[in-house]
Write a protein of this length. Structure first.
Length: 111
């Protein structure tokens, strides 16, 4: 069914949201992805993916309180939904199943 499949960045964002539990907001998600993947991207890409994931029902969000450090602006916190966990589980099962089908090859080192 269309809309249930995850792109690679969507999957990374969804995994990161799940791992951050109650501390997942765009800037922290971006920092975690950069730290774990050495990818270069900006926060607008994360915002875009989060909107898509929320539209698909894989994450939910709520606004946090305003803070002086943010000039009175509020943070939007994201949480993994049951549907988000299910799609991640299905993705992992598929990847593992395909990986298991790889032939056991040995590669010699060229000298």
């Amino acid at each position: 069914m269309k809309g249930e499949h995850l792109g690679e960045l969507e999957e990374l964002v969804l995994l990161t949201v799940g791992s951050l539990v109650n501390e997942a907001y765009a800037v922290v998600i971006l920092e975690e992805i950069k730290k774990n993947t050495n990818r270069s991207m900006d926060v607008t890409a994360i915002h875009s993916v989060l909107r898509r994931l929320e539209k698909k029902g894989f994450v939910s969000s709520k606004m946090g309180g305003a803070s002086k450090e943010r000039g009175g602006r509020r943070k939007r916190f994201f949480t993994l939904t049951k549907a988000g966990r299910t799609v991640l589980d299905q993705s992992m099962e598929l990847r593992y199943s395909l990986y298991q089908k790889l032939p056991k090859l040995t590669f010699s080192i060229a000298r």
